[in-house]
Design a binder for this molecule. Structure first.
Ligand SMILES: *Cc1c(COP(=O)(O)O)cnc(C)c1O
Length: 364
């Protein structure tokens, strides 16, 4: 069986991770210590920003990131509806209102064409998710946000190491959220997250928000403070793995290019070119998605669907916000998308088997 993911690390990385964990054990310092400080510095530098603030997970990074930009109860924030409900969950926690914009039919990301008309109606911020590891057009989003004076936030949970015009995901927004969930391009061995920001002021606010709103010990000056920590073990693991991120992304990109070279009249491949796609997920589209999925399962190839429903279709969402009428491209894609296994540990033989199995599929 070829699983949709395999998180076992190579012996070399394993040795380095063990050494990192040993370092934490010997030190006996488990929260807000030197590993977190170093990882925040190292990851911020990797993202070309001044400040990195570790938090407990990616959803917290979204919530605290939005709060640090001044998004509060009742504010409108523009988001995509096809990005797994994470952004909407963060907005719901704040009491802010998701304003759903449709996506570009090619990249399935928000585009300035889909977002600009909604910005004119007024909003506090635009939250752009770099879906499947493909960056949205950030230079254009940056111009749009600046020209109308709204905040721009990135969700980089699927795009660690992606670069556009030489600048990494995470340095374009006023703040950017990362998740280090184990399957991400940079994954911890448990939960983890970070907010990156070029702003000293936003950074200071984030450090307060993640620790009860404290300015100094036991003195809470920031409303809506939380407890959201990236612990020393995870920070040490992430420090050990960060030097391998670019190499792993290169391997993911090579696998994606191999899939994209398979010609089939009922398979539409994603654009796999350029450094702004780090192949977090390989998501193809087909008119007969379920039949293709079954064919692959018969040949012991596991697949997934990211994501089977739009945020606007989620039962938890208040009915008044299920304004799905204008999300034509998002809806259309939902029944066609299929995710293939694509991760650094996927060997050439397995990649070849997946390609061959795709080629042999007789679409009905
Ligand atoms: C994984 C993911 C998140 C959430 O990260 P957690 O660490 O699981 O909270 C947010 N946004 C996107 C796009 C993701 O893929």
């Amino acid at each position: 069986m070829i699983p949709i993911n395999d998180l076992v690390i190579t012996p070399q990385v394993e040795a380095e991770v063990r050494e990192a964990i040993d370092r934490v054990l010997r030190r006996g310092w488990y929260l807000y210590g030197p590993e977190l400080e170093s990882f925040e510095r190292e990851f911020a530098r990797y993202c070309h920003v001044e400040h990195g603030v570790g938090v407990a997970n990616g959803t917290d990074a979204l919530e605290l990131g939005l709060r640090s930009l001044g998004v509060g109860h009742g504010d409108d924030v523009i988001v995509a509806a096809n990005a797994g409900m994470y952004a909407t969950t963060a907005l719901r926690a704040i009491g802010a209102r998701p304003v759903f914009a449709d996506v570009d039919p090619g990249s399935l990301n928000l585009s300035v064409e889909t977002v600009a008309p909604l910005v004119e109606d007024g909003c506090k911020a635009i939250l752009v998710t770099h879906l499947f590891g493909r960056m949205a057009d950030m230079a254009t989003f940056r111009d749009l946000a600046d020209s109308v004076g709204v905040k721009l936030m990135e969700d980089c949970a699927q795009a660690h190491g992606a670069r556009q015009h030489g600048r990494p995901a995470g340095c374009w927004g006023d703040a950017a959220a990362f998740s280090f969930y184990p399957t991400k391009n940079l994954g911890a061995m448990g939960d983890g997250g970070m907010v990156t920001t070029p702003s000293e002021e936003v950074g200071v606010r984030l450090r307060r928000l993640r620790q009860y709103g404290w300015k100094t010990k036991y003195v809470s000056v920031e409303d809506h403070g939380r407890n959201s920590r990236l612990d020393e073990m995870q920070a040490a693991v992430l420090r050990a793995k960060l030097p391998y991120l670019d190499k792993n992304n290169t391997r993911r990109q090579a696998i994606a290019r191999a899939f994209a070279a398979v010609e089939h009249n009922d398979i539409t491949h994603p654009d796999v070119e350029g450094p702004d796609y780090v192949a977090h997920l390989y998501v193809l589209r087909s008119e007969n998605r379920d039949s293709l999925r079954e064919h692959l399962a018969t040949h012991e190839i596991q697949t997934a669907v990211h994501y089977p429903m739009l945020d606007t279709q989620q039962p938890s969402l208040p009915k008044a916000w299920r304004n799905s009428g204008r999300l034509m491209e998002s809806e259309k894609a939902t029944s066609r998308i299929l995710t293939l296994p694509c991760y650094p540990g996927l060997g050439d033989e397995k990649v070849a088997k997946i390609c061959q199995t795709l080629r042999r599929w007789q679409s009905t």
